[in-house]
Structures are given as C-alpha cells and as structure tokens.
Write a protein of this length. Sequence first.
Lengths: 151, 193
Amino acid sequence: MFKNIKSTKTLVKKSLTIFLLAMTAVMFSSVAMSVQSLRGDSALDSKANKAGKHKIDTVEGGIERNFELQPPMIPHTIDKYRISLKGNGCMKCHSEKAYKKEKAPKVGDSHYVTRDGKTLKTISSRRYFCTQCHAPQTKDNPLVDNVYEGI
Amino acid sequence: MGLFSKEGTFKVLFFGFVLGVIFWGGFNTAMEATNQEAFCISCHEMETNVYEEYTDTIHYSNRTGVRATCPDCHVPKEWIHKIIRKIQASNEIYHKLLGTIDTREKFEAKRLQLAQNEWKRMLGTDSRECRNCHDFDSMDFDKQESRSSDRHEEAIDNGWTCIECHKGIAHQLPAGYDPADDTPGVEEEETDD
C-alpha cells in the first residue's frame, strides 16, 4: 500500500511536469503566432515586406468637402514641397502674397489668428504645419464600401 | 641648320601637330574630369550640403529614370561658355582653401548670397542650362496640369525665364527667402467658383 502511494505520487509529479511543459510550449507558440510587429511577420534579419504602391491623385478644381469645417484635402502631389524651420513650400502658392498670381486657393483666414486672438499678416505658427490637417489622396479603391453621406 | 631645310620644316610641323593633339586632348580630358559628379562631391562642402539635398528631388530620382547631375545644370555645354565658367570656378578653389563654408552653419549663413549668385547667372543666360533639356517648344501643354500650362503660357507671352519661378527645386531655399516676393505674375482678382 505504502509503496503504491509513493509510485502514484511520482506518477502525478511526472504528469504534472509534462503538462506544464506542454502548456509552456503551447503558450510560446501561440504568442509567436498572435503578436506581430508593424513590419509584418518577416524575420528581424530579413527585409521588411514591401509597402504597397500608392499614386497620389490629382483633381482639378479640388476635392469636395465631406462635412462642414473639414480641412480641404490636397488635390495634388506634395512630394516636391518641404515644410521646415527654414521655409514652407506650400506657401509658395497658397500664401497671401502668391495666391492671386498662382490662381491657388488662399490659406483660410482662421490660419492668421494666433491663440490670443490676434490677426497676423503672415500665417500663424500654430497653423504652420499644413499636413497636420490637410492630406493628399491616393487613387486606391477602398477595401470596404463607404456608406457615409457627406454634405 | 637642318631646321630650316625642307625636311626640317616637315619634322617641326609633324611633331608640332602630334604634340598639339596630345596637349589639347589632355587639356580637354582634364577639363571633362572636373565635369563629373564624382569630382563635384569629392569636396565635403558639396557632398554634405547641396548634394544631400538634391538626392531628395526630382532631378535625382523620378518616374522615367532620367537624371540631371551637377554639371548638367551648373556648367554650360558650349565650349566657350564652359571655359569661362571654369575660369570663374578658380575663385571657388580659393574659398575651398580658405574654408569659407566648411561647416553646415557657415554654409547656411552664406547660402542666400551663394544662391543669388547662381540665380543671377541663370537669369543672365535665359536659363540656358535648364533649356538643354526643358524647351517650351517641346512641351505638351495638354499633358500638364492646367495650372502649370497656364503659367507656362504666361511665361512665353511675357518672356520670363525658368529660374524666375523655379527656384529651390534641386536644393533647399535659403532661410528667410520668400519665393512669393519675386515670382513674376499678374495679380488677378479672386473669382468665386
């Protein structure tokens, strides 16, 4: 009887160890499968997956707004224009000085107002980074149907 | 004695001709060697400033793979204009030795002046180097965006030249310079559409 209990104990111990080991293995493998970094499932020492090709759309006359107060979207490519401490490439055409010559839409009046309500002659620094709100559009087909109805 | 004989004259002419070919060929080869991009960016002043910026632009990388390298825009193609520009460039060697722009800060401080020198040169030649590739006569205005073709037709009518509008296209603009200030154009009244 005594001997029997001892052997049962070892058996339980053994099966417990095996069970735990199996659980750890399952856990690790499921972690490896479910967690994926932004660069995809490619190994660290291999090249990342190629990003898709997206061509920027050019729309003459601009893109219609979808809702009130929407920042107008950019209907042309912007890769030539830089926004940096030294200068803002967008303002080459859209500034108060240039928009008439270039027949481009002028930057909205609200963009000349500082946070203290003062109206400046040039664009306010809090509106300096155009692409924070205004974005160009690509020619891609939407992955799902969009049923949103704008204004 | 032999020099003034008939045979001597022939010898002098012959060797003179051969030496002439060698020297002239050598001179032009050496000049062409200074007309390579690799030569231009062998100075860090060029490589870390203007070249670095140029690699971001359309003249470096574009849809059709046609590239304009440094000398395509900055050195004239015709021999006489090229040699004049090369002689002027000796001033650049002098300032290289002085280290006038040997740091980014020094370069940025001098940038407006340097840019204006080049703009003046291009204005003076009616943007000759641009027009080696870009010609109004070979532009298809139907293939341009309407804004571009409108502006180009305006430029033809008024005799404007490329550099007047297209500044800072292959390198960054100098700090504090606003292109809107001296871009030519007619101020038209706003139309609501």
